[in-house]
Design a binder for this molecule. Structure first.
Ligand SMILES: C[S@@+](CC[C@H](N)C(=O)[O-])C[C@H]1O[C@@H](n2cnc3c(N)ncnc32)[C@H](O)[C@@H]1O
Length: 253
C-alpha cells in the first residue's frame, strides 16, 4: 500500500519508533504519552455520559501505537483503529492486553468503512498531521452514526503555539526530529469548528490543553531534555496552545 505523502510534516518518524513509543523519555513521544494520561480518562467519562450502552463501537483514526485504543478496549469498548504506519500498528497490537482491538493499515483520506458504522470516532493528535483535514473530517462524519460522538485534539495556529509546541519541544526535548510539527498544519479552533459544522458535527465541548508549567517535572525536562514520567498536562480555558473537544453528529442530511 502506498503511504500518503505530505510534503511538510514528518510522518515517517513514527515508522522507526518501535518500542520507543512506550518507553522513550528522551523523545517527544514521551509528551504524547503524558498527554494521554489527561485525555483518556476525559474521553472515557464523556463516552459513558453520552452512550447508555457500556460497549460502544469506537474508531481511532491515526491510532499510532494504541495509546487511546488500548485503554478503551480494556474497559470493554469494541475498538477498530487504523494508521498509515504498519510498524506502529505492530507495537499497538503487542501492547493490546485484550487482543480485541481490530488494528488496520489504512489511510485517513479514504476510510475502509461503510456509512454510519461507529458510535464514537477519535482523532487524537492527528489532524495536524494531514494536509487536508477537511477530507478526513468528511470521512469521520460519514462513518459516524447520527448522534455519535467525535473526539479530537490538535494545536492552535499562532505564535505562542509555534513557540511552545514547535520551538520549545525542539529546544528542550532530546531527539526531536525536524518537522515533527509544522505551523502551517496547526488549525485555529474557529476554523476547525467551521469545518466540523460543514460536516454536520456540532461542537459540544472544547477545552484548552497545555503542559503543567512550573512543576518539578517541567524544570527537570528543561534541564535534562528528558521527559520524566511525572510530566503532566492540564485542561485550561485558553485555546491558544493545544485544544481538544467533543462534537456530536447531527441528524441533518
Ligand atoms: C502524533 S501521532 C498520534 C498517534 C495517536 N493518535 C496518539 O495520540 O497517540 C500521529 C499518527 O498519525 C499517523 N498518520 C499520519 N498520516 C496518516 C494518514 N494519512 N492516515 C493514517 N494515519 C496517519 C502517523 O503514522 C502517526 O501514528
Amino acid at each position: 500500500m502506498e503511504r500518503a505523502k505530505t510534503d511538510k510534516v514528518n510522518n515517517e518518524l513514527y515508522h522507526a519508533l518501535g518500542e520507543r513509543w512506550y518507553h522513550a523519555k528522551d523523545d517527544p513521544v514521551a509528551l504524547l504519552r503524558a498527554e494521554k494520561k489527561l485525555l483518556v480518562p476525559w474521553a472515557i467519562e464523556a463516552i459513558a455520559k453520552h452512550n447508555t450502552n457500556s460497549s460502544s463501537k469506537v474508531l481511532d483514526v491515526g491510532c499510532g501505537a494504541g495509546f487511546f485504543s488500548n485503554p478503551l478496549s480494556s474497559i470493554g469498548h469494541n475498538v477498530t483503529a487504523f494508521d498509515i504506519s504498519k510498524e506502529s500498528l505492530e507495537i499497538a497490537r503487542q501492547y493490546d492486553k485484550t487482543k480485541r482491538v481490530n488494528y488496520l493499515l489504512a489511510d485517513a483520506y479514504d476510510f475502509p468503512f461503510s456509512d454510519k458504522t461507529f458510535d464514537v470516532v477519535c482523532a487524537m493528535d492527528f489532524l495536524e498531521h494531514v494536509d487536508r483535514p477537511e477530507v478526513v473530517i468528511s470521512e469521520i462524519s460519514r462513518v459516524l452514526r447520527p448522534n455519535g460522538i467525535f473526539f479530537f485534539s490538535t494545536f492552535s495556529q499562532n505564535w505562542l503555539a509555534w513557540l511552545i509546541v514547535i520551538k520549545g519541544v525542539e529546544w528542550f526535548v532530546k531527539n526531536t526530529p525536524k518537522n515533527l510539527h509544522v505551523l502551517d498544519l496547526f488549525i485555529k479552533p474557529s476554523k476547525l469548528q467551521q469545518i466540523l459544522s460543514t460536516h454536520n458535527l456540532t461542537v459540544e465541548q472544547i477545552l484548552g490543553i497545555r503542559p503543567c508549567f512550573f512543576t518539578k517535572a517541567f524544570f527537570q525536562m528543561l534541564l535534562t531534555k528528558v521527559v520524566p514520567d511525572t510530566f503532566s498536562f492540564t485542561f485550561t480555558k485558553s485555546l491558544l496552545i493545544g485544544y481538544g473537544g467533543m462534537a456530536v453528529k447531527t441528524n441533518r442530511l
